[in-house]
Write a protein that binds this ligand. Sequence first.
Ligand SMILES: Nc1nc2c(c(=O)[nH]1)N[C@H]1C(S)=C(S)[C@@H](COP(=O)(O)OP(=O)(O)OC[C@H]3O[C@@H](n4cnc5c(=O)[nH]c(N)nc54)[C@H](O)[C@@H]3O)O[C@H]1N2
Ligand SMILES: Nc1nc2c(c(=O)[nH]1)N[C@H]1C(S)=C(S)[C@@H](COP(=O)(O)OP(=O)(O)OC[C@H]3O[C@@H](n4cnc5c(=O)[nH]c(N)nc54)[C@H](O)[C@@H]3O)O[C@H]1N2
Ligand code: SF4
Ligand SMILES: [Mo]
Length: 730
Amino acid sequence: MTAALPTSEKFVVCASCDAGCILKAEVREGRVVRIKTTDIPPLRENICIKGVYAARNFAHPDRLLYPQRRVGERGSGKWERVTWDAALDDIADRLRRVVERHGPEAFAVSNSPWNTCGEHGSCRRFMNLLGSPNWMSGVALCAGNTAAINRMVYGWFPFPDFNQTNCIVLFGHNPKRHSWTPFYNMIRGAQERGAKLIVLDPRKSESAERADLWLPLRAGTDAAMCLGWVNVLIEEGLYDRDFVAKWTVGFDELRARVAEYPPERVAAITGVEADLIRTAARLYATGGPSVIPWTPITDQQVSSTSAIRLQCTLRALTGNLDVPGGDVFTGHMPGMLSECDLELHDALPEAQKAKQLGTDTHPAFTYRGTAALAGPTERVWGTRYANVVHGSYMASPPDVFRAMAHGTPYPVKAFFSLGNNTLMGFANMRLIYEALLAQDLFVVHELVMTPTAQLADYVLPGDSWLERPHLWDGYGWIPFAQASEGAIDPPGECRGVYDFWRGLAVRMGFAEQFPWRTVEEVLDHRLSPSGQTFRQFAAATPFFPAPPAYRKYERAGFATPSGKVELASSVLAGLGFDPLPYYREAPQPDAEYPLLLFVGVRDDEYFHSGQRHVEELRKRKPLPMMYLSEPDARDLGLAAGDWAEVATRTGTMKAQTEVRPDMPRGLVRVPHGWWMPETAPGKEHLSGAWDFADGQLCGDGEDLLDREQGVPHLKGFPCRVRPCADPRPK
Ligand SMILES: Nc1nc2c(c(=O)[nH]1)N[C@H]1C(S)=C(S)[C@@H](COP(=O)(O)OP(=O)(O)OC[C@H]3O[C@@H](n4cnc5c(=O)[nH]c(N)nc54)[C@H](O)[C@@H]3O)O[C@H]1N2
Ligand SMILES: Nc1nc2c(c(=O)[nH]1)N[C@H]1C(S)=C(S)[C@@H](COP(=O)(O)OP(=O)(O)OC[C@H]3O[C@@H](n4cnc5c(=O)[nH]c(N)nc54)[C@H](O)[C@@H]3O)O[C@H]1N2
Ligand code: SF4
Ligand SMILES: [Mo]
């Protein structure tokens, strides 16, 4: 018998979703054999199933292990193995040709900072040096955009002080044991201390089950609900008069606007009784300190900008801003350079910034949309370019896809997708497909051969979060930093995103601006203000909470043009929009499309379109499930387990029926991000993406886009459902 081999433990920061848990990896013989919890309070009890199975995910035979170049027609599934050097040489040559022919703005990138973490500003740095403003990301419709809109109201994006709050309001947001686990634990912890929970959700969600008040609003009407709450606060005098007088502008205009939304009118719009609306608004205002945690639900509605601003308004009116137990500004973590510090936005000429796609149509998070905040942000937070949650200085995705597919307003001909399943990760998948097919150069950096990767010219193998050193800094939002030394070496020829960008930068004449040869050298640079190397920092402080500080605005005001909380937004007025928040109704069901659809309720087992190849997880959730109420299922002739086709004016997808008591009549839920890696790749089938991907249902016409940001409405739009045959290949 051989003696048991020694096992070592390493701290790692999980990037299998955007919660960023710090975990411990047990390593034996160069393999991670177990992933477990740490002593950090919100993680002490449990971690989620995606974290538990992460090592299985990354060791799966489907993992991409070396660079591949397309040899057949695009999407034909024919590849040849190439070296990294050959791939980077050719990519640099072809990118140079696109730039020579069409200008640097013909180069666009989509990436998701949480998955590809390890980029440390290198992507924007490269693009800014090259001259392209056309970066976009999944954060355009999740948290990044909330951060950008929060900046317009009070200059930064606050994070809830769960430990000291007395009242939590969840607009749909429904963290669970296996979904945003640390936030679920923090909310539960607050409830155990006696904090009240108010949940607004058309469906009786898990959070609604535990709530003190549940407001079952009609999907898509959150902005109207918020207008009603603000109306109640003002009418009943439940706002902080001193704070409003000293620290806000636009109160009288706001008051006049919300006078149009008395609870009775809001009840008619949202379907929630007027008295319940009053009770909830009163509890939020008087049961504090209260928090309104960020929610993706209002990131994805036609009234998104208004709903987000109204949540900001509620925090400000009730004096719950930057106070203990309220919503608190973290700022960038002290002692380290933020990613924005490395992004070099100053290097991008104004003329190129002005070409950013979306600048004229949906400017809220573009360079133009954020320009008025540069001076105030420098005054208050010490930086002109505060890219909180990566959500500022972004191109508008629907505009980018149109430029890629149709060449309007100008052509985009080179597209890179890193850690983002672009084809399936936005609205109007058919257009995105055309956009990808029309590229002269399309490069994907991935872990597995996703439907997006199947259409690329180059598929490059990425490292995973178990295989790279990392510094996670809370995106300027979450109040702690964490370090991960990397548990094991990457397999095969897998390499990180930083290596990719540096390799390209060196080939394109930017070696001087990329002096750090490895990601660890970047990390040393990022930690230089602390006087420590990355290894010293990681050994001493794998978890580093931000020192608590409150009412910071008393020092230099808020980082807005007026220096105050802008209840009427000078920034939006300057962009030609309504300075006051409003409610806009999304398209509603009709005879042809009689039901209301939302995309959401995350599957416990998967992060968006990921992990479908992991057997242990697929066993738990083998198929995409559509939720229906019992009477709707009966009317449609559907029983549990029947296959159904869901159709909207934009497209169709298929899913199995799940009849659920938590669904109200008339409402349909479809899951996000479904494909089946075990089925045929290539453009005809795209491993099931043409059958199961929700992006086909989501429209990108102006009637379904938020005006200011251009984000698509995923929460409550018309659909029809009918039985169909099992679409899986026999
Ligand atoms: N149609 C539609 N679009 C949506 C949504 C929706 O519900 N419907 N939801 C939105 C929301 S809330 C969000 S947060 C975003 C999510 O957007 P993303 O976070 O981009 O998620 P995915 O699109 O699933 O793409 C992630 C990809 O990254 C790969 N990956 C994972 N880890 C690594 C890594 O370390 N390195 C590299 N190179 N790749 C890695 C995975 O294999 C996966 O293919 O999507 C948004 N888009
Ligand atoms: N396991 C797992 N966990 C995840 C993720 C994952 O992919 N898998 N993704 C992470 C990410 S990036 C995100 S953004 C979050 C998303 O997670 P959550 O913020 O919890 O959002 P969802 O699960 O999509 O939906 C939450 C609730 O919104 C309700 N809802 C639907 N339409 C509306 C509406 O119009 N208004 C209101 N008020 N409620 C509505 C739904 O009934 C549902 O109960 O989850 C994170 N956690
Ligand atoms: S919630 Fe799960 S997937 Fe997300 S970071 Fe934590 S362990 Fe990883
Ligand atoms: Mo998200």
